[in-house]
Design a protein around this ligand. Structure first.
Ligand code: B12
Ligand code: SF4
Ligand code: SF4
Length: 316
């Protein structure tokens, strides 16, 4: 079988626009026990699919039959300063969801990489981003793309953690990249201290049931009042544990991907924006964004909670 050089794969990934690229082996997860403990303690909340998929998540090779390695890439979505939440906004939307849904944008780019691998010797090249039962952060760590920080994010030493992780599983026998091997968090605890809901049980362990990202996107009911009161104006996702990280403050540069640029819709200054539309209108305007996941009713709930909560970032 013809095998492209790692340099050629890097060059193609860069040409497509990914900011980092490496090769991961597909042996079983080293963190299987951590995952089991996390699930057993109920920290996944109502995300039952994580329980159902646990066995698969621990054995990434099974995600694509016949795959031998994975080409793992990072997609930068970091927001420029003028696209961040601003004073006067009634509610906040996390940077990763301010434009077109990354499941579409990043998958489209991964498919280009998969086609290129097929044209260069691969019999199999399957693209995954977010939805597969695979431990994406661990695969990125194996592929030498960074370390897993205390906030559980994969942090790249030059690009920080405002990145999506994508992978192409292939039957190519590629030489694996060298993992970084060191954690660069040191004695820092900024993410743990800044989390509005104090959702970290300890470094590297997130109680998702307290995380605003879970409460605004995955959870279907009304959030518990004590967490609602600490929602800090976030109506979709949350950026706090990423934004306070020195590796983002010092090194990350804004994305150049047009599809991720902030849309004017919804108007974040208008607390009634979702109250004034019906389902048809919501779908017309937001079907290709992350907001489609909670849907119109979910976004109405989220904005109500966000508007009622005091802004922790404005507390002196
Ligand atoms: C479920 C899920 C969530 C849940 C739970 C998050 C969590 N931390 O587990 C919720 C809804 C809360 C969530 C939130 C967010 N998510 Co999310 N999410 C996922 C998903 C689908 C599965 C993650 C999972 O398996 N969680 C279970 C935990 C136990 O596993 P883990 O997070 O991978 O944790 C590993 C490490 O913590 C490590 N570990 C555990 N203990 C120890 C101990 C030591 C010593 C070490 C070294 C490591 C270690 O092993 C674990 C298992 O491999 C992944 C996609 C995927 N398929 O992997 C995206 C993913 C993790 N999410 C992503 C993003 C962008 C976010 C948000 C930033 C979105 C936002 N702005 O609101 C937030 C970040 C919150 C946070 N601090 O994690 C990105 C992260 C990219 C990156 N650079 O890290 C992913 C990879 C999607 C993607 N393809 O890009 N998410
Ligand atoms: S995303 Fe927000 S709520 Fe969730 S762990 Fe990070 S800081 Fe806490
Ligand atoms: S804020 Fe500090 S502790 Fe948290 S992930 Fe970044 S470097 Fe690590």
């Amino acid at each position: 079988m013809r095998v492209p050089s790692i340099a050629a794969i890097h060059a193609e990934a860069t040409r497509i626009g990914f900011v980092a690229c490496g090769v991961a082996t597909l042996e079983p997860s080293r963190r299987g026990e951590a995952l089991d403990r996390w699930l057993a303690h109920g920290l996944a909340g109502t995300m039952r699919y994580l329980h159902r998929q646990a066995k698969k998540r621990k054995s990434p090779a099974g995600a694509t039959k016949g795959a031998r390695t994975a080409v793992v890439v990072l997609e930068n979505y970091a927001a420029p300063a003028d696209e961040r939440p601003a004073p006067g906004d009634a509610f906040k939307i996390a940077a990763y969801a301010r434009g077109t849904d990354y499941h579409m944008v990043t998958l489209a780019r991964l498919l280009v990489l998969a086609e290129w691998l097929k044209a260069n010797g691969a019999g199999l090249a399957h693209a995954w981003v977010d939805h597969a039962p695979i431990p994406e952060r661990e695969l990125a760590e194996r592929a030498g793309l960074g370390w897993i920080g205390k906030n559980t994010m994969l942090i790249h030493p030059q690009h920080g953690s405002s990145t999506f992780i994508g992978s192409v599983f292939t039957d190519l026998d590629l030489a694996p990249s060298q993992p970084l091997g060191t954690d660069h968090c040191g004695s820092c605890t900024r993410c743990l201290d800044a989390c509005p809901t104090q959702a970290f049980v300890e470094p590297l362990v997130l109680d998702a049931t307290k995380c605003l990202s879970y409460l605004t996107i995955e959870y279907r009911g009304n959030p518990p009042p004590e967490l609602a009161a600490r929602s800090d104006g976030w109506a979709f996702g949350c950026d706090v544990c990423n934004d306070v990280c020195p590796w983002n403050i010092k090194f990350a540069t804004p994305t150049t991907i047009e599809d991720f640029a902030t849309r004017r819709d919804p108007d974040r200054r208008d607390a009634r924006v979702f109250e004034q539309m019906n389902e048809t209108e919501f779908n017309r305007r937001f079907a290709d964004t992350g907001l489609a996941r909670p849907g119109l009713e979910g976004m109405r709930r989220n904005v109500r909670v966000a508007v009622a909560s005091p802004r922790l970032d404005q507390v002196p």
